[in-house]
Every structure is written in structure tokens, then in C-alpha cells.
Design a protein around this ligand. Sequence first.
Ligand code: FVH
Length: 294
Amino acid sequence: MTANALDKTPVTLLGLGAMGTALARTWLAAGHPLTVWNRTAARADGLAAEGAAVAATAAEAVAANRLVIVCLLDDDSVGAALDGADLTGKDVVNLTTTTPAQARERAAWATARGARYLDGGIMAVPPMIGVPETGGYVFHSGSPELFEEHRETLAVPAGARFVGADPGHAALHDVALLSAMYGMFAGAAHAFALIRKESIDPAGFAPLLTEWLTAMAAPHVSQTADQLGSGDYTTNVVSNLGMQTAGVPAFLATAEQQGVSPELLLPYFGLMRRRLAEGSPQEDLTGVVDLLLR
Ligand code: FVH
């Protein structure tokens, strides 16, 4: 062990999939003593050669260090791995993707076994881990004391953002951002389908699409947040619901003419029309949010 390693918090990491392995390498590179465990032991071979200690069982890995990071496939695999491990006095940081309800249940489960618990939602893909300029980060929620104590260590693989004491909130932020991302992907798929059969080069079209989505995203998102906060959906409206809904037939006709299914857009257009029927044409699109709430 180097002198540098003596200053660094020792870390236990359960799970050496694509993400776990990327995380592991950053802690090793930063000089943290690292103990790893993976269900399929061979996946630890490369890290052993790079200086990680390899535990034979998850329980042994948990016993090795106070700070225990978990990055497994899903909540069931977390339950399976930690079953039988002594969590008394441990600081468990679970970066496995789960639902908010699973995160809350896992927090209660770990706390009842004597651990402090922090949940995490990783806003990065493996190549972004350990590369700060890519902007990857991890949402954390749960024990504020655990987060403060280990903030520096947690920030080694990617930025660490604390979003509150409710252990479900990291997962909720994660799923909310990813849901918005899939909506954007859906819009991009429709746009590419519209030009697909024409003599328009997708590579030339791509920067136009990126530029437009980038220009629209920030004002739309902040306007929606402001209006949800005030409850007034008619202030500072640039393109109102009445005008935008009047444009829907042109979008549907264009899709028809281009031989493109409107199935990705129809749900959103349906909500715009319902809101128009129930609300005011002077509103923004913010009322759609309320229609989604059951
Ligand atoms: N990779 C990504 O792009 C995303 C980015 C955002 C966050 N996710 C989440 O991170 C968790 C881990 O993802 P991963 O990429 O490491 O996933 P895999 O490469 O498939 O590795 C899965 C690991 O889980 C182990 N495992 C599975 N089932 C069990 C079980 N029943 N008991 C113990 N371990 C289990 C598996 O072990 P093995 O198959 O090698 O034996 C891997 O270590 C995940 O929540 C993503 O949603 C990644």
C-alpha cells in the first residue's frame, strides 16, 4: 500500500459489470484501497492485477471496509448479494438502478440491519466514468451524514449530487431525467423518419436537429417549472396552446404524406387537445403535466 493510499478511504465494491468495473478503476486510480466482489469471480481478475483485493463472498467484501458501494443489476440482485452479510456499522451506498419505492424499502432494510444508507442514480454510461469533462454525475439521497462524510470518495468516479434525505429521491430524479430523454429520443426518431425517404442526408440534418432541440429545451423546461410553481399557466406565454393545437393537423398530414406512423406524437397531441378542451387557448403547454397526474 502506498502512503497516498493510507489517506484514502478504503472502499468495498459489490458488482463488476460494465458500470461496476468502470467505477472500480477510478477508485484504484485515485489511490483508494479497494476490495471487490462479483458473483462471477473471473470478472475480478483484471482488477486484481491492477491492485484490488478480491473477496470470495459478498459477506467477506462487506466485512473488509466500512464504506460499501453496491452496483448490481437490479434490486433483487442487491438482496441476493447482501443476504447474510453483517451490515452493522456499515455505510451502504447503493448505485443499482431501482424504483423509488425499492430504494425506500432497501434503505429501511439496511437501516434495520444497523447500516447507514445512501441510494444513487448514475447519470452516466461507463465511458463517462472517471472523465469529468463528459459531465456525468450521480444523484444521491438518503443519509445526509453518510453523504457528507464520504462526499470526496463518492465524487471520484463522477460528480456527486445530493438530492435530499428521502432515499427514493435519487431514483426518482434518475427516472425523471431518463424519461425526458426517451421523450426526446422519440421526437428525434419521428424527425428522422420524416426525412428518411427524401434526398436529405441524415448527417446533414443531424446538426439542425441538435441545434433546435438545444435551443428549445432550456426555455421550455424553465418556463414549465416557473408556471408549475406559480400555478399560472398564462404568464410569459410565447406560443400558446390554442395556436400550437391548431398546428397539429399539419404535423399529422405531413406524417401521412411522408409515410410515417404518427404513433410517437399522437399521445402528446391528444393531451394538448384535451387540455385545450378543458382549459384556455391562452395557456402554455404546462397544463399537460396536470393531465398526466392520476
Ligand atoms: N451500463 C450503463 O450504461 C448504465 C448506466 C446508468 C446506470 N446503470 C445501472 O448500473 C447498474 C449496473 O449496471 P452494469 O452496466 O454494470 O450492468 P451489467 O454489466 O449487466 O452487470 C450486472 C452486474 O450485476 C451482477 N448480478 C446480476 N444478477 C445478480 C445476482 N442475482 N446476484 C449477484 N450479482 C448479480 C452481475 O454479476 P455477474 O453476472 O457478472 O455474475 C454484474 O456484476 C444497473 O442497475 C444499471 O441499470 C448502468
